[in-house]
Design a protein around this ligand. Sequence first.
Ligand code: NAG
Ligand code: NAG
Ligand code: NAG
Length: 378
Amino acid sequence: MLYFLTNFKNYISYIIAAFIGYFFYKYYIYPLYISPLCRIPGPPVERLFFGNLISFFKSDPDIYLARLKEQYGDVVLFRSFFNSPEVVITDHKLIQHILVNNTYDYVRAIADRPEARDMLGKSIFVVEGNVHKRQRKIMNPAFSFTHIKGVFPTVVKIVNKLKDNWMNQIGDKNEGTITVTTMLPKIALDIIGLVGFGYEFNSTTTESELARAYETITSEKQTPSYFMLIIATIFFPFISKLPFGRNIRFQKSLKVIKACSNKIVFERKNKLIQGGQDLLSILVRINDELPEGENLTHEELKSQVMSFLIAGHETTSTASTWALYLLAKHPDIQNRLREELIEAFPDRSYQPTFDEIECLKYLDSVIKEALRVIPPGK
Ligand SMILES: *[C@@H]1O[C@H](CO)[C@@H](O)[C@H](O)[C@H]1NC(C)=O
Ligand SMILES: *[C@@H]1O[C@H](CO)[C@@H](O)[C@H](O)[C@H]1NC(C)=O
Ligand SMILES: *[C@@H]1O[C@H](CO)[C@@H](O)[C@H](O)[C@H]1NC(C)=O
């Protein structure tokens, strides 16, 4: 018995020594001295557990990254929790190599984030490899030029509501100020709802359950501690399940979104033959022709509702907000654009067609330039 106890004590110290050794190897020696990524230039490590995260969050993360680029070049490595490497690439050719030409060789960072996985499920945003290839092949035709052109009248109809709202605010005043940007997120939500999955948010007049849940999830204040928490959940996924304010709000809203998505997909499936023109209806029709095993599962279809929302809402609303801001900053360009539009559509209540809009050269240039100067996908 005594022999066993002494032995046992020895084992414990072996186990502890092995554990400490493993810990140091994995989080200190390997990432800092052995990993092939060590050869990438970058700032010296500042903290044992936090790497360079303190500097990253101390000022504005964007400014920190811009400074790294200035100092170390187009490929920079800094350290996050436990010295894990974060590679920042700013070279356009390399970005094309990764995101366009060899995309299947790289794992997408979004798949690391437990809450992104919760939120997006099996959506095309998070799935990898062959599943992604299969989803992409099925979804591509839904985004064909003909179909995109087909949703244009819906867009014009909704944008007209925006115009009416502005006209009402202006009234018969000759001078004064109105805020043009408050309505843009709502209009963008209405558009993506109808165009994406035939859902009427009516968000300029009513407050739907889905709109509220979506807003709760996407409008969390993006403070440094929030980012810290997001990064921490990558290493400790259980954090996203802890019952504190943000997580409770997130999970509750997620439940609403999933229930709504489920209902919407069932509705589209039931109306299969009625020929809805929204992207989800088109997708359901394409999917219906495919054999078992190749077709998207119900779960996958459901996840695309959230993808459409995220892909179509924030981007549209931010891009149009910045475009209006840039126009306000450059009145000469604003005037030239106004002249082009008034000449093309002298009647203010006229609803232009896709082809009529497409041949407006100056409008096209303004939009392209706004997207170039301030890209919305940041
Ligand atoms: C990516 O592919 C395109 C077309 O094949 C090619 O023109 C381009 O140079 C490639 N880019 C890189 C960075 O390899
Ligand atoms: C949205 O508004 C339209 C007409 O303004 C109405 O017919 C429709 O029922 C509303 N939809 C919802 C979901 O409230
Ligand atoms: C996939 O195809 C099978 C066989 O045709 C069908 O039973 C199943 O419902 C389809 N799945 C979806 C989500 O449409």
